[in-house]
Ligand binder design. Structure first.
Ligand code: SF4
Length: 702
């Protein structure tokens, strides 16, 4: 007996629709791309296609555990609630924290945020999405007054120029890449420019690759702004719909083309060609991802890109606009509910007058703190320093993925009380937990996610929960009730949480916020179960969703005008020196996801790149005596690891690249995160994972 259920891929922010044909008797599924889903129209990448191999029980956490011993849910939940209350009583509210994940469904995220900010009363809840796109969040907020991606994937098929900045789209957002490649085949006018220090697989479709010096993006886009000012400004648009152009142009005034090329280590003719194409092409999309975001200038990079779109009025219309490619399946949903420590919920935040009071009245609580909490890196520093004494980690593996990961590991080893809820039993982080709570995994969870183009889709249960695993929202609500916050967490089904989330988005909104799904405030269970993918806002004015925003030139700033941001380029926080002469870059591979806890279960996905490696330019290999396929030790001031040497001229001289995925659990000697410096962007607090001074030597030579 089989059944086909429409659901959503749990890996990247493309948010592909999946048809899963389920045989419940043996937990077997067959996977196909959903032809009707507007994100992928039936396409899937290697990871999505292999989902069927990841739903077995071998690696699963199936029962609660206390100090390594199997325990009942009653005992585990009582212990978590009791310890959080005692910690707060002894050390104050700020002594407890939650660290979540873009893997959580929106409903899970909503109640976690409500518990911490609304009822425990501190804002120490952050998420691994801090590592992913918080610079885009901050850049959007500065420019638009709201965290809004203006366009949609359909714009790929309208554009005549697509600029991919800091994005190996071919591997990290493969179905979007397939769409762009198909658009190029269908539209002979469409040109592709890839801006990335590495020559990645994405360059296979590039008409122009600009291998700029690591961290020099703001210089390049300041130069573009200055170049546009000579002939391509949308004067009327700038005058009527923006503010701050003169200051932004003044800041960019020294960026003449020859100097830009020199500063970015680019061929002047290539820079001239890029500037000429951007100037001459009306339908331009600028897609950016971690190469832009994961930087101590990440927010400035985002705004330098947006400045060029505002200067030309190319935003919010078919085929044009800046577009942030989110890394995780529900990075956007997390932002909607306030998953970052400076946010409240429904795109409200601590810094906007009236928002705290509004959310407090909606939640009927007087316990919301006056200001935001600790962002990810600072949160784990606070654990290390003993200021945070109890932490609850949900669906993520920070001992591998956070920068300065050895210190993160030490922080959790020192911490009085570590709770981890996860669907996987053995990770580098679960190994340090006092209490393990078995969460349902993809194929069991039931709720919603939002992809990069603001499209809300359903993740639907294919099977009952494995073993004694429970939904994250249920676990959080059970703890909240045991802490004495019963009424506010009396949810019996995710639809009830979704309704409350939707109602909050419309509560006293009056069009003052971009995120508004108030059309769903009374959604029935049947309609929730049948919910078709839809882009927010979804409200009385836009009952069928909204493909694009800002076409009318109105923004969510107090003035209603978009803001240019004056950008002064800054170097990365830590520069190479004689001891650490190379620049370490990090990123994803085509066939693995994050710390491999699920993708490594699919045998064919492990064939693509079977072990940790480091990419090295031939001149650096010669300089440091490295042979292709030999082993090398990488060191930074923060840690070390061993990896196989891959010599390639796709690297820039002086640059190294290491994938982020392998962990001690997969027999790797060292973790990439241990190498990475913990410097963060001063605005977004996103870490600089793309630029760590490092050195390399043959293994095991001292
Ligand atoms: Fe899943 Fe992303 Fe691949 Fe789509 S592109 S199938 S969402 S991993």
């Amino acid at each position: 007996m089989t059944q086909t259920i429409n659901t959503t891929c749990p890996y990247c922010g493309v948010g592909c629709g999946v048809n899963a044909t389920v045989s419940a008797s043996n937990r077997h599924i067959q996977i196909k791309g959903d032809q009707s889903h507007p994100a992928n129209f039936g396409r899937l990448c290697s990871k999505g296609s292999a989902l069927g191999e990841t739903v077995g029980l071998a690696e699963r956490l199936l029962e609660p555990r206390i100090n390594g011993q199997t325990a009942s849910w009653e005992a585990a939940l009582d212990l978590v609630a009791d310890t959080l209350l005692k910690t707060i009583a002894a050390h104050g509210k700020d002594s407890v924290a939650i660290y979540g994940s873009g893997q959580l469904l929106t409903e899970d995220y909503y109640v976690a945020n409500k518990l911490m900010k609304g009822f425990i009363g501190n804002a120490n809840i952050d998420t691994n999405s801090r590592l992913c796109m918080s610079s885009s969040v901050a850049g959007h907020k500065r420019a638009f007054g709201s965290d809004t991606v203006p366009g949609c994937y359909a714009d790929f098929e309208h554009a005549d120029l697509i600029v991919l900045i800091g994005s190996n789209t071919a591997w990290c957002h493969p179905v979007s890449f397939q769409r762009i490649r198909a658009a190029k085949e269908a539209n002979p006018r469409l040109k592709i420019v890839v801006i990335d220090p590495r020559r990645t697989a994405t360059c296979d479709i590039a008409d122009l690759h600009l291998p700029l010096a690591a961290g020099s993006d703001t210089t390049l886009f300041n130069g573009l702004l200055k170049h546009l000012s000579a002939s391509a400004l949308a004067d009327g648009y700038i005058r009527h719909h923006t503010q701050g152009f003169a200051e932004a142009l003044t800041a960019a005034s020294s960026a003449d083309m020859a100097q830009v090329a020199a500063d970015c280590l680019l061929n002047p003719a290539d820079v001239a060609l890029f500037f000429a194409w951007f100037t001459a092409t009306e339908k331009v999309m600028s897609l950016y991802s971690q190469g832009v975001n994961q930087s101590t200038s990440g927010t400035d990079k985002v705004n330098a890109i947006i400045n060029c779109h505002l200067a030309t009025g190319r935003i919010g219309k078919p085929g044009m606009g800046p577009f942030s490619l989110t890394g995780q399946p529900n990075a956007m949903g997390g932002r909607e509910v306030g998953g970052l420590s400076h946010q409240l919920a429904a795109h409200m935040d601590f810094a906007t007058p009236g928002d705290i009071n509004r959310v407090a009245r909606f939640w009927q609580t007087d316990n919301i703190p006056a200001q935001g909490g600790l962002p990810a890196v600072a949160l784990f520093d606070a654990i290390y320093e003993g200021k945070v004494k109890a932490v609850w980690i949900m669906g993520t593996n920070p001992v591998v993925s956070l920068p300065n990961a050895d210190k993160v590991k030490q922080a959790l080893q020192r911490c009085d009380f570590v709770v981890v809820s996860d669907c996987i039993a053995d990770t580098d982080t679960t190994a340090l937990a006092h209490v393990l709570l078995p969460a349902q995994g993809w194929s069991e969870k039931n709720g919603t996610v939002t992809n990069s183009e603001r499209r809300i889709s359903r993740q639907r249960s294919l099977f009952n929960g494995a073993g004694n695993a429970k939904p994250d929202w249920w676990i959080i609500c059970q703890v909240a009730q045991r802490m004495g916050f019963g009424e506010a967490f009396a949810f019996q089904h995710p639809v009830e949480i979704f309704r409350e989330h939707a109602a909050l988005s419309g509560f006293e909104n009056h069009g003052s916020r971009d995120f508004d799904i108030s059309a769903f405030a009374d959604i029935s269970l049947t309609d929730y179960d049948d919910l078709q993918p839809v882009q927010w806002p979804v409200n009385a004015a836009n009952p069928h969703g909204t493909a694009r925003l800002f076409a009318d030139g109105r923004f969510f700033t107090p003035s209603g005008k978009a803001q240019f941001i004056a950008i002064t380029p800054r170097p990365p926080a830590n520069l190479p020196d004689t001891d650490y002469p190379l620049i370490l870059n990090t990123g994803r591979l085509r066939d693995q996801w994050h710390t491999m806890t699920r993708t490594a279960l699919a045998s064919q996905l492990n064939q693509h790149k079977p072990e940790p490696f480091v990419e090295v330019h031939p001149t650096d290999a010669e300089r440091f005596g490295l042979l292709h396929n030999s082993l090398a030790t990488l060191e930074s001031r923060w840690g070390n690891m061993t990896a196989r040497v891959h010599i390639t001229d796709g690297q820039k001289p002086g640059n190294l690249f290491v994938p982020m995925h392998w962990t001690a659990h997969y027999a790797s000697h060292g973790r990439m995160g241990a190498l990475v410096n913990p410097a963060v962007d001063p605005v977004s607090k996103q870490p600089e994972c793309k630029h760590t001074p490092a050195r390399i030597r043959t293994y095991p030579a001292a």
